[in-house]
Design a protein around this ligand. Sequence first.
Ligand SMILES: [Zn+2]
Length: 455
Amino acid sequence: MQSSLDPKLLKTINVDPQAAYMIATLEKLEQNQWWSAEQHQATQFNMLRPLLEHAARTVPFYRDRFKAAGIRSDMPLNIKSWGKIPLLTRRDIQEAGELLFSMKPPPDHGQITQASTSGSTGQPVHVKSTALNTLLWRIFTVREHLWHKRDFSLKLASIRQFGDGFAAPPEGKIDEGWGPATNALIKTGPCAMLSILATVKEQAEWLMGQKPDYLLSYPSNLLALIRYFEDNGLALPNLKQVLTISETVSPALRTASLKIWGAPVVDTYSSREMGYIASQCPDHEHFHVHAENVLVEILDPDNIPCRPGKIGKLVITSLYNYAMPLIRYQIGDYAEVGEPCPCGRGLPVLNRILGRERNMLHLPNGEVRWPIIGGPIPRHINLPPRQYQVVQKSRDVLEVRVASARPFTEEETSSLTVAFNKAFGHDFEIRWVYVDEFPQNSSGKFEEFISEISG
Ligand SMILES: [Zn+2]
């Protein structure tokens, strides 16, 4: 962009180029969120063209794969031709290794970094990205703050996984600003951080001392915290919003947060491989895809795009990762397609984002379906279990692990068994196991439903 200001004057203005780029991009995002769905799609295909050419030219994996599939990187791009490009699985990424790295990433995308991620499926992969990807992560972080009209002068608390020993209980750690995304642009209020390794009791005591205005954590942890606050008659009167990441948000969490904390839940869906994928609409509980950052497809088992109201697998393409192009990546999560949003944003709508592929329920007849486990226990019993987890041990046997104040009676167990089997759509043998609490896995995530059946 040509500036009409005197170049000599421009040189003397003390503006951080990164901050300037962020502000210019945020201004563009503010405007183009109101584009029509068609405008967004046309723009995406314009951006996918150079990405495909770059992948075919500089990434050995795509060079071979496109050739084998008869894909030409100069083909006319539309939904039909795009659908011919084979999906990329986590297994593909693991097996391809360095063959997925570009041999010639564009120098102006900045320094390349590499990270490992186990993602949603517990299959670790190595991912490369550029400084541009990091900058975009920050830009979409700020977009999300702006959408939800947060007051930057207030206090944010964050209970999540940090590096070894960082923000350990009971003190945690206080920083002056909310983080790198906002710090580059504005002076915010403080950020109080506590490691997710803290017990729920430790977290509650820490929060009572911190009195945050916003709280960010994982949904399963938040639900346990809210129960603790309820059981002990505690309150967080300053709390305005609860921000969630990393796990599926249940309707029960939204309800409990409003009831006990008086604060709504605002969810964001991101991944280390893709950056920001979708964030909750400012006016509704469903999500808008950040179509300026990623192309999101929701596909049925035959890889046909799902219609609104249907659930399918999430297939995502990063528009900006030229260090390791991820094209039609089957990330392992599922989503329900939404109708256009009444808020007026033309960004695609996802009604819900659903957990993880390995958490699908396998029926004895070979069918695989989404397990509905949120309902039965709360609906059929007054005694509140602290937490529960369902583990599919075999095609016929489910183990229900429960952390509750006391074991269920025989009568409660039999009515719950009926309720579970109704929700699961099959008469499973259900084994009840009582635990004191659930150990969290190394990433701090909790799995509500675990399947020990492979494939
Ligand atoms: Zn909306």
